[in-house]
Design a protein around this ligand. Structure first.
Ligand code: ARG
Length: 696
């Protein structure tokens, strides 16, 4: 009886503001459901409404987690309740029904299932469902009405207090406070409701605009009160906007600087407030003044004469700072200063910005050996760049750091404008000769031990010496009948027979210039004078150094030679045939070397005879050297005599002599004559510089 009354009460209380739509119950209710029974139910609420299920009866088989028989309720597909067992009406009302509610405009579904068996008969469940209006004003936390909210069946709307209107977003109550004061040359502007407290959610734009030759001057009242958080952040804001920038936000009790000269004939004051607070706001008076020009508008410059401000018509000279030039877009681009005059609109005409000089990418050779550290160097005034050599066979000559100078040139730390150079490291082989070599009386060289020795096979067999990555020296008589561009040299080898083998690592070099010393007497038939027996060979392209191909150093121009100083001569010339007992000399296949000593002047002056009456001529441009059983020989010509001797631990090695002539090897006098290279160092350097610099 009690139950019926409460049921009726429930029905009526619900129906007072909701609509009963129907009933939902288990199959066979109330006589009881069968095994393997199931049923599904689903309904959706109209927009602005919610759907509810009220269970008034529940009697299912009870089981752990409702595994056997269960009724499940879903809201928009999400499980919100699983029920089984027996529950009294009061318990359903108190604990179950309040959760069986859809979202606004959402859907509820219910599914019932029983398993294969029931120990006792169970009646099942029954409930009714209703729709009712959803009260957004009360229940929706997302409702954003800033002032009043009104619920109606199926929706809601916002409204505002007197003096406010609803903003475009239909939720925010705001005030009409924007004012266009264009054309007024003076007036007052105040926050809404001044001197009362300003409105919430205000977004006011005050537009001031006067003639272009005038500027606006703002006088703020000291009474200033714009909401500020305790940590100093502006909650409500006042900003002053001009075409050249924005001042503010201002808040708290400190008004903007006053009077404030805007230097502009157009100013916008922007004021915003949030939804809370009761602050007074601001007020200011505005008026106009003639525009003036200011001196500090062109960065990186000074202006003469110096004044705090300039009247229209006044002229000044703008001088860009050191390293800066006016960007005149082509007019008079080479001066660091220009004259400009103050226009009535407060701007300088002309107005050229001062821009830093750009030194550009430095001019470095394309061979890729000298390079910059870093990929995209900055090249403007005072920027720095760092040079390095791209190969271990070179060393950087000069400073590595250059700075972009005020006149647009790269300047080294030492004050030079020439770029640094990567010069080859000379005279330091990667392999060292250990044995004291006993050519004639020679020893076989191993690859890399004499890496500067180049081999000339044709037209006349001889040697040459690499002195940098583009030049070699030889004896003049070796190349005197050779065309400049037809000489082929081989480097990086000790086996002279390998030159025909394209598979080997032999480096083949072609000449593009042959420069015989100007004082060498070319073409003499029966030569008794080998004075100035030296020639320079320029290679057609730069050679890549490697462990077996390294240049030698040139000696100092006035080094001088000591008697019996020991050096090393090398070559592919004639050597005694050690295999056979006959005295024939044979050409060396492998590069030979021998350590020999410098002879005294007296010994050298005692020159061999060409014929009975003709004696070879000895000059100060030669020296002679040899050792018992050791000498250079025919076809060694043009090859190097180096100091110190190659078994020495001293570095570097210097090209001291060039194999030139000597007493006939068969005579076994072991006395060879060498071009004295120190006498030609200046000629070599000057010639190389002249030819290389005339190269484009
Ligand atoms: N003139 C010879 C040549 O063309 C070099 C002779 C060197 N003779 C000597 N005994 N060192 O290969």
């Amino acid at each position: 009886m009690l139950r019926l009354r409460s049921l009726l009460l429930l029905l009526f209380s619900h129906l007072a503001h909701s609509m009963l739509l129907g009933w939902v119950e288990s199959p066979g209710y109330p006589s009881g459901y069968l095994p393997h029974a199931s049923s599904n139910w689903s309904r959706c609420a109209p927009i602005g409404h919610i759907l509810s299920i009220r269970l008034i009866h529940l009697d299912l088989e009870d089981s752990k987690d409702c595994e056997n028989d269960a009724v499940k309720v879903f809201s928009n597909g999400n499980l919100i309740s699983v029920l089984c067992g027996k529950k009294e009406f009061e318990e359903l009302q108190a604990n179950v029904n309040p959760s069986l509610t859809s979202s606004s405009g959402g859907c509820l579904s219910l599914s019932f299932e029983s398993d294969y068996s029931n120990v006792h008969r169970h009646t099942g469940f029954r409930g009714f469902y209703t729709v009712q209006d959803y009260d957004e004003c009360e229940d929706d936390p997302d409702n954003q009405c800033t002032q009043f909210c009104h619920n109606f069946i199926g929706g809601y709307y916002c409204s505002c207090r007197h003096g406010y209107h609803l903003d475009k977003d239909k939720h925010t109550c705001t005030v009409s406070c924007s004012e266009d004061l264009s054309g007024l040359s003076q007036g007052e502007v105040s926050s809404p409701s001044w001197p009362g407290s300003y409105a919430e959610n205000a977004n006011c734009w005050y537009t001031l605009s006067v003639e272009a030759h005038l500027q606006l001057e703002l006088h703020f009242s000291e009474v200033f009160d714009v909401e500020q958080s305790p940590d100093g952040q502006c909650i409500d804001t006042l900003k002053i906007e001009t075409p050249s920038g924005t001042l503010g936000p201002f808040c708290g009790h400190t008004p903007p600087p006053s009077p404030y000269l805007t230097h502009s004939h157009k100013v916008k004051i922007h004021f915003t407030s949030d939804g809370f607070g009761s602050n007074k706001g601001f007020t200011f008076h505005f008026q106009t003044r003639d525009k003036v020009c200011l001196a500090d508008v062109i960065p990186h410059s000074t202006v003469t004469p110096q004044k705090p401000e300039y009247r229209p018509g006044e002229k000044v000279t703008v001088t860009c700072d050191l390293g800066y030039f006016p960007n005149t877009k082509g007019v008079n681009a080479f001066s660091s200063e220009y004259v400009t005059s103050c226009h009535s609109t407060g701007i300088w005409v002309p107005h050229f910005p001062c821009e830093p000089v750009d030194c550009g990418f430095p001019n470095i050779p394309e061979d890729g050996i000298l390079k910059l550290v870093g990929d995209n160097p900055q090249t403007q005034y005072e920027d720095q760049i760092l040079f390095t050599c791209n190969s271990n066979y070179y060393t950087l000559e000069g400073n590595d750091t250059y700075t972009c100078s005020a006149n647009g040139e790269w300047i080294s730390r030492g004050g030079k404008t020439e770029m640094p150079k990567c010069t080859p490291i000379c005279g330091i082989p990667t392999k060292n000769i250990a044995s004291a070599g006993r050519i004639l009386g020679g020893e076989k060289a191993k690859l890399g031990e004499i890496p500067w020795h180049l081999f000339i096979r044709e037209p006349s067999r001889g040697g040459a010496t690499l002195i940098n990555d583009r030049w070699a020296v030889t004896a003049a008589h070796v190349v005197e009948n050779t065309e400049e561009t037809s000489l082929r040299l081989y480097g990086g080898l000790v086996d002279g027979s390998k030159t025909r083998n394209t598979q080997s690592n032999v480096v083949v070099m072609e000449s593009d210039r042959i420069i015989i010393h100007p004082n060498y007497a070319v073409g003499t038939e029966e030569r008794i004078n080998f004075d100035n027996d030296i020639a320079l060979i320029r290679l057609a392209s730069r050679v890549n150094f490697g462990p077996n191909l390294i240049p030698i150093c040139l000696p100092d121009a006035n080094r001088g030679l000591l008697i019996s100083e020991q050096g090393t001569v090398s070559g592919w010339g004639l050597t005694e045939n050690r295999k056979t007992t006959n005295k024939n000399l044979v050409l060396a296949q492998m590069l030979q070397y021998a350590h020999i000593g410098v002879y005294s002047l007296e010994q050298c002056e005692d020159t061999p005879y060409m014929s009975d009456d003709k004696r070879m001529i000895f000059t100060n441009n030669m020296f002679c050297a040899g050792a018992p059983g050791k000498d250079s020989c025919q076809f060694d010509s043009g090859g190097p005599f180096v100091l110190p001797m190659l078994s020495s631990s001293q570095r570097p090695f210097y090209l001291t002599g060039i194999v030139s002539w000597g007493s006939p090897c068969q005579e076994k006098k072991y006395k060879g004559y060498y071009t004295k290279v120190e006498n030609y160092v200046d000629w070599i350097k000057e010639t190389i510089d002249k030819v290389d610099s005339s190269e484009i």
